[in-house]
Design a protein around this ligand. Structure first.
Ligand code: GTP
Ligand code: MG
Length: 378
């Protein structure tokens, strides 16, 4: 087994050189500070693994050794990432503080890294926080007033995960539509053929508003119904809620062929991964997004992060169950300020100072997996 010494400016650079020169499976045996940054002792993985396998016929034993090596490698990587985090904090405290602000508020690492990389040099902590707030406000995609869905009218289907608030939001939109165009110009369509009582829920709202209600059990029926509603200024279609990975979500795309524009109704009160899934499945090709349950969302950062990355315009926000009061046009400043404030909440999920290096380790591993996946795909 030959061991090589690498000296680099920082741990991340050192690891990258080890990989470049000894391969992806290289094993880092030790690290220590060096006047030029960090010194790593590393060996090619094959040189460790081959003798172990050939010398012992006990394959179970060999795989135990391999597992143990993998575990040690993971541990070292974590430590190095933590070390890199500490070094980064000393070298560029303002940039690291920016990422901490974003992570604490529930924004994800992809956006945090992108913004940290674009932070102009030479800003102090206060100027950095100001810059961050402005960048987030500027990049939050909002539906422009001239594109107001209700004023323009049209055919809209509300799509989204189960219980995200589609029917309630539809009733709120319908009430606004009645205010704008009169009850005779608005029609509701119940296209939720899956849930018992779905049409009944809509009937109550239609009666209250004095608008007509139609039922379409499937897409064919909807295609037959729509020409009869051609005179209506605003047609709002309620659809069944599906989990984002349910194959029936494809029905959403079939609506496009009928000239129906989709509005993705997404609850902000979910964990980031669920929001991302819903945004991907229901948001793709949608005309706009409506974020619901903001009243139940202490940290709306994840939802705003997803909107920013998907560039899906936000048309309305919903902050309660009351029909029609709890529906509002979005205000970027208000939403971003709320998200950043959410990062200051004292919850058991907030990271303590000593958790950050560990968190950095996990993040570094995740980033590495993404890079490896990208490399193997490309
Ligand atoms: N707190 C709060 N509750 C909401 C909001 N929007 C909807 N809800 C509630 O969430 C629950 C589900 O709302 P629905 O409108 O039935 O949701 P849905 O997406 O139509 O549900 P399915 O048709 O079953 O997929 C109801 O109790 C609503 O009152 C909101 O903005 N805030
Ligand atoms: Mg519903």
């Amino acid at each position: 087994m030959s061991v090589r010494v690498f000296v680099a400016a920082n741990a991340r650079e050192g690891l990258a050189r080890v990989r470049r020169e000894l391969g992806d499976d290289a094993v880092v045996l030790s690290t220590r500070p060096h006047p030029q940054g960090v010194e790593l002792l590393a060996s090619a993985y094959g040189e460790l693994a081959v003798p172990a396998i050939s010398e012992t016929p006990d394959t179970a034993g060999s795989s135990r050794i391999l597992n143990e090596l993998a575990r040690l490698r993971g541990m070292l990587q974590n430590q190095l990432a933590g070390f890199a985090w500490g070094a980064g904090r000393r070298r560029d405290p303002v940039r690291v503080a920016l990422m901490q602000t974003l992570f604490a508020a529930g924004f994800g690492s992809a956006l945090a890294r992108t913004l940290a990389a674009r932070l102009p040099r030479g800003l102090d902590t206060e100027a950095t926080q100001h810059w961050l707030r402005q960048v987030l406000i500027r990049n939050l995609p909002l539906q422009g007033r001239d594109a107001d869905l209700l004023a323009r009218g049209g055919r809209y289907a509300l799509v989204g995960s189960t219980g995200s608030g589609k029917t309630t939001t539809l009733a709120k939109l319908a009430a606004r539509g009645v205010d704008a165009h009169g009850a005779g110009a608005v029609a509701l369509v119940a296209a939720d053929a899956y849930r018992i009582g779905a049409a009944a829920q809509l009937t109550v709202y239609a009666d209250l508003l004095g608008v007509s209600l139609h039922v379409a059990e499937d897409l064919d029926k909807l295609a037959q119904l729509l020409p009869h509603l051609a005179a209506k200024k605003l047609v709002l279609i309620d659809t069944a809620g599906f989990a984002p990975n349910d194959p029936r979500t494809r029905e959403g795309q079939a609506l496009d062929a009928l000239g129906v524009r989709r509005l993705a109704v997404i609850s902000a009160a979910q964990q980031g991964a669920a929001i991302e899934q819903a945004m991907t499945r229901f948001g793709q090709g949608a005309a706009a997004c409506i974020l619901t349950k903001l009243d139940e969302t202490p940290q709306p950062g994840a939802a705003l992060d997803s909107l920013i990355r998907h560039r899906l315009p936000l048309a309305y926000i919903s902050g309660g169950q009351r029909v029609p009061e709890d529906l509002h046009a979005p205000n970027a400043t208000y939403l971003i300020d709320r998200a950043l404030k959410g990062g200051q909440l004292d919850t058991p999920y907030a990271l303590e100072a000593e958790d950050w290096p560990l968190f950095a380790g996990v993040e570094a591993e995740r980033a590495e997996r993404r890079t490896q996946k990208g490399t193997s795909v490309g």
